[in-house]
Design a binder for this molecule. Structure first.
Ligand code: GA4
Length: 346
């Protein structure tokens, strides 16, 4: 019943590594153990039988395609990107950019209903679709966080999920569109089929990580929040950085959600879980569409690990901080900068 492979398996031909795939319909204590192991080892895993209805995902994807298919002038009307709205190529406030356009949405229903007027010709339909999607992925995020607490033997099993359920939680939904790189597509038409696929392993600091390289859709970074629930269409592009310095492609799977640990969860687990750096390449011949839910705490709650995770053998790694403080540090830095280190104990 448990479809899980905590040990990465090299897929044939393309050299990709498969992340652990965890079947959420399997026995609960087994599932929680596998989740903990994956979060400690990779900071990433995939879930299937996740309970998010297919039609909820399809409708959200359809709305996203419809929006990104609009003329640039119409899309600009939903901007600027910060704090929330439409953005193209520019990322954050400090000069980062990538081959991506996106919609960044606050998950508060009132804010979505306001925003949707600039996004869709049918704002009521758009906001009900987005709200339905957010509700489902939030439930999934909370279920996963409860399973993590159980697997870590933390007594208060809602200790992580409570933050995301809070009405003041600053969770976000990000819709990303990585347009196909047409020049590459044309070149590929005249070359061998194998060149349709870019090399799947890239060494860190090779040209492909250079910001001047057009293949970078969304540059190397870790997610600042608690947990990310990512769904993408069947076009690859996501890569994660493992300890040996290799960039490892994650195979796309529209039936699964790809889950990753954010910086705040690394702090809340006192470093047991790892918030792993990742990036998205836009070098495909087809459009990549991804939808990321970032589960975040409310601004003024103290972020600190539950008592079970701080022991004399494993003393506190980070000083307590609030999400408001963490966000301030995040937005004052560049995408690829490491932020959590600023909060490490001396
Ligand atoms: C990375 C994760 C989320 O997409 C995001 C990003 C945010 C943004 O696009 O505005 C940031 C980036 C992300 C981390 C560093 C800062 C902030 C861009 C940037 C340069 C919405 C988030 O929360 O942090």
């Amino acid at each position: 019943m448990v479809v899980a492979c905590p040990t990465p398996i090299r897929s044939e031909n393309i050299g990709a590594i498969e992340l652990p795939i965890i079947d959420l319909s399997a026995e609960r204590s087994e599932v929680s153990k596998l989740i903990v192991k994956s979060c400690e080892q990779y900071g990433f895993f995939k879930v299937i039988n996740h309970g998010v209805p297919e039609d909820v995902i399809e409708k959200m994807e359809e709305e996203s395609y419809q929006f990104f298919a609009k003329p640039a002038s119409k899309k600009q009307g939903a901007g600027p990107a910060n704090p929330c709205g439409y953005g193209s190529k520019n990322i954050g406030f400090n000069g980062d950019f990538g081959a991506v356009e996106y919609l960044l949405l606050n998950t508060n229903p009132l804010s979505i209903s306001q925003r949707s007027k600039t996004i869709s010709n049918d704002p009521t339909k758009f906001s009900s679709t987005v709200n339905g999607y957010i509700q489902s992925v939030r439930d999934l995020a909370c279920e996963l966080l409860d399973l993590m607490a159980e697997g870590l033997w933390v007594q208060d099993t809602s200790t992580f999920s409570r933050l995301i359920r809070d009405v003041d939680s600053e969770s976000l939904l990000r819709l990303n569109h990585y347009p196909p790189l047409l020049k590459d597509s044309l070149r590929d038409k005249n070359t061998s089929p194998s060149s349709l696929h870019p090399p799947q392993h890239h060494h860190k600091n090779s040209n492909s990580t250079n910001n001047n390289n057009i293949r970078i859709g969304f540059g190397e970074h870790s997610d600042p929040q608690i947990l990310t629930i990512l769904r993408s269409n069947d076009v690859g592009g996501l890569q994660i950085s493992l300890e040996d310095g290799l960039w490892v492609p994650v195979s796309p799977d529209p039936t699964a959600f790809c889950i990753n640990v954010g910086d705040v969860l690394q702090a809340m687990t006192n470093g047991r879980f790892v918030s792993v750096r990742h990036r998205a390449l836009a070098n495909s011949c087809e459009s990549r569409l991804s939808m990321a839910y970032f589960g975040a705490p409310p601004p003024h709650v103290r972020i600190t690990p539950p008592p079970e995770l701080v022991t004399s053998q494993r003393p506190s790694l980070y000083r307590p901080f609030t999400w408001a403080e963490y966000k301030k540090a995040t937005y004052s830095l560049q995408l690829g900068d490491s932020r959590l280190n600023l909060f490490r104990m001396e």
